[in-house]
Design a protein around this ligand. Structure first.
Ligand SMILES: N[C@@H](CCC(=O)N[C@@H](CS)C(=O)NCC(=O)O)C(=O)O
Length: 314
């Protein structure tokens, strides 16, 4: 068992597909972790006390270090637990580039198909929250358009699934061969979502037997070893720990970001989300780390990816 300072804590809820990506990542590396269940809808006071306002799922905590976004989570897991590797081949750079599509365009299609096909059957407060998050200010129109345009949306996901099905048709266990990789988790979470939450999902996926065999292989990887933890214990853990010291200055930063600056960070999307404010501790092309402090948690380092996030200088 790791000591409590280095114990992995995942703030998430069972139905979240992006959390499923992180849970599969734990399975690939066979890690032990603590599960803190958060609400599916805001307010999420325990989570935002740690994150500074970031409300998406999942968020990983290790001591007083808070990792927002699955991109940041996977990167940190690879740094702390390099074996087995998330990138079994020699193509980590290309795999990260590909993950911009899995986390962006592909996930977006999954969300539009699931929410669009649910139509008027979504609970109103859920429709309003997720509608605003994924469809912008005119979310009600966006949801209706997704419902009316469902066949088109499905055609957009069918093509890449057919490509994957053909590739997997050579009998390999995972997308890159015999060993599971980050890209398996990054594609699997959308397939898992479509299978579990779209009423036509199982029928749609039955067109792709090799993809279905692969889905089962990824499912069998499991989630590592999970034990529950209460939200208050997670807050107390942060309060009892100091963030891991980190340094980083980037002479070529296009925004001139430097340690010591006060900034805000938010997803680079129109989701109506609250930006997180803090002081830059370290910055590079992959990650920005902010220092925040709250009476209950003491000093925290909150980490965000650069790709997909907007930094504003305050
Ligand atoms: N880019 C983020 C996306 C996270 C995301 O959109 N997660 C969904 C759940 S699957 C979410 O936050 N939904 C709203 C919520 O949980 O409050 C990541 O990769 O972690």
């Amino acid at each position: 068992m790791p000591d409590s300072e280095s114990e992995i804590i995942l703030h998430n809820y069972p139905q979240s597909p992006v959390a499923e990506k992180a849970r599969v990542a734990f399975g690939i590396k066979n890690l032990s972790w603590r599960n803190v269940e958060i609400p599916r809808l805001p307010p999420k006071p325990f989570l935002t006390a740690l994150s500074g306002g970031y409300r998406r799922t999942p968020v990983m905590q290790i001591g007083a270090d808070i990792y927002c976004d699955s991109q940041c989570i996977l990167r940190e897991l690879e740094r702390r637990y390099p074996s087995p590797r998330f990138f079994p081949g020699e193509d980590a750079g290309l795999m990260w580039c590909l993950s911009r599509w899995t986390d962006g365009g592909l996930f977006d299609l999954g969300v539009k198909i699931v929410l669009g096909s649910a139509g008027n059957n979504l609970p109103p407060e859920f429709a309003e929250d997720r509608g605003r998050l994924y469809f912008g200010e005119n979310w009600a129109d966006g949801l209706k358009a997704a419902n009316a345009g469902l066949p088109h949306l499905v055609s957009q996901v069918r093509a890449p699934f057919a490509w994957l099905d053909r590739q997997l048709g050579d009998g390999r266990d995972f997308l890159l061969g015999r060993a599971p990789a980050a890209i398996d988790a990054q594609i699997y979470h959308v397939v898992w979502f479509l299978h579990g939450r779209w009423d036509q999902g199982p029928t749609f996926l039955s067109e792709f037997p090799a993809l279905e065999r692969w889905r089962d292989n990824v499912r069998k990887l499991g989630h590592g070893a999970m034990t529950d933890m209460s939200p208050q214990d997670a807050i107390d853990r942060a309060g009892a720990c100091e963030p891991v010291p980190v340094e980083g200055k980037d002479a070529n930063d296009p925004q001139g970001l430097e340690p010591g600056m006060q900034v805000t960070v938010s997803p680079d999307l129109d989701g109506g989300e609250q930006p997180v404010a803090g002081q830059v501790v370290a910055v590079n092309c992959d990650t920005i780390t902010l220092h925040r402090s709250e009476p209950e948690t003491g000093s925290l380092h909150v980490h965000f990816p650069r790709a997909g996030y907007r930094v504003g200088v305050t």
